[in-house]
Design a protein around this ligand. Structure first.
Ligand code: PAF
Length: 320
């Protein structure tokens, strides 16, 4: 299927003057824009018509997980825009920036099937005309642990590009997946701390029928590695079940870790049960809502997963 697309070279010649009436004449799929100026004009036209706007920021290689973000947003706003940009500043040297899948045509086709209105797919030069970043957003304390510890520059890059995308698109609502739970918390904090005029819509993890959390990186797993990777969701869900059954956090965590350690081909980075706002590991004498978070390498592919857990707290004479 062909898609409506403006190449960066053509940019400026195809700004849709009226995105709504353009819709009727555009059965082929979303409007694809590469330039900031196009995006501004598109959103201004929507605003003039009093339409609300939602943004799903992505790095492409889209799958059903992204479509659930689109679906959640379609319930909330008139127009859904998906940004597709593999953001170089959130990858460190040695990360998978070069090998990260780039599948723009297939992504646009997929988005056409669910009625997405527009795609914003800028080039790195369009997003970072100065080359180097001169200003960036640093996450607070919760961003220094776990993903922030393993990938020390990752969240500054991700928050900065999210901030830029929110400024460029100026959506009423932006959807983020719980799959990247730490990112979701940091983005929500950024929006509150910097008084950004947008509402963040969290969307639950979408899993394959066998439990594997959907991720663009799953495409890089071999068949055997994919089978091995299933133990990540098994471990997370086992920890969750242990907590439901009243296990102490340290016991629940041990069950998850031993499941993973019994599997050749999995290298665990972390598995922890944390307080969901601060990311401080929960002690055995607390009760309440927490999150089990996990990162592990399967072959060359680093995957993350998580789930909400409810800690019953230590048994006392009264509740024993
Ligand atoms: O979650 C992602 O795909 C990326 O971190 C995001 C939010 C699109 C920023 O590049």
């Amino acid at each position: 299927m062909s898609v409506l697309s403006t190449s960066p070279e053509e940019a400026g010649t195809s700004i849709p003057a009226d995105p709504v009436s353009a819709d009727a004449a555009r059965p082929l799929g979303p409007v694809v824009m590469h330039r900031l100026a196009e995006m501004h004009a598109y959103v201004s036209a929507l605003r003039e018509q009093g339409l609300t706007v939602g943004l799903v920021p992505t790095m492409g290689a889209l799958h059903a997980g992204h479509l659930s973000l689109v679906d959640a947003l379609q319930q909330e706003v008139d127009t859904v825009i998906v940004s597709i940009f593999v953001n170089p500043t959130q990858f460190a040297p040695g990360d998978d920036y070069d090998s990260y899948p780039r599948t723009l045509d297939a992504d646009v086709e997929l988005l056409a099937t669910v009625g997405v209105d527009a795609v914003f797919a800028p080039t790195p030069a369009e997003m970072y005309p100065q080359g180097e970043l001169r200003t960036s957003i640093l996450p607070g304390l919760p961003g220094r642990y776990f993903e922030g510890k393993t990938r020390p520059t990752h969240f500054a890059g991700a928050l900065t590009v999210v901030n830029k995308l929110l400024n460029i698109v100026q959506p009423d609502v932006a959807a983020f997946g719980e799959k990247d739970f730490q990112q979701l918390v940091l983005v929500t904090n950024m929006v509150a701390d910097l008084n950004l005029p947008v509402r963040i819509l969290p969307v639950p993890i979408r899993r394959d029928t066998d439990g594997l959390a959907l991720s663009s990186r799953n495409a890089r797993l071999s068949e055997t590695e994919r089978v091995t990777a299933l133990f990540l969701s098994k471990a997370v869900l086992a920890v969750q079940r242990q907590c439901v059954d009243g296990a102490l956090p340290s016991e629940a965590k041990r069950v998850g870790l031993s499941l993973l350690e019994a599997q050749p081909g999995i290298e665990v980075d972390y598995l922890e049960i944390v307080e969901p706002q601060t990311f401080v590991p929960v002690a055995d004498d607390v009760a309440g809502a927490a999150r089990v978070i996990l990162a592990a390498r399967v072959g060359q592919v680093r995957l993350i997963d998580n789930a909400a857990v409810e800690i019953a707290g230590p048994s006392t004479e009264e509740n024993a």
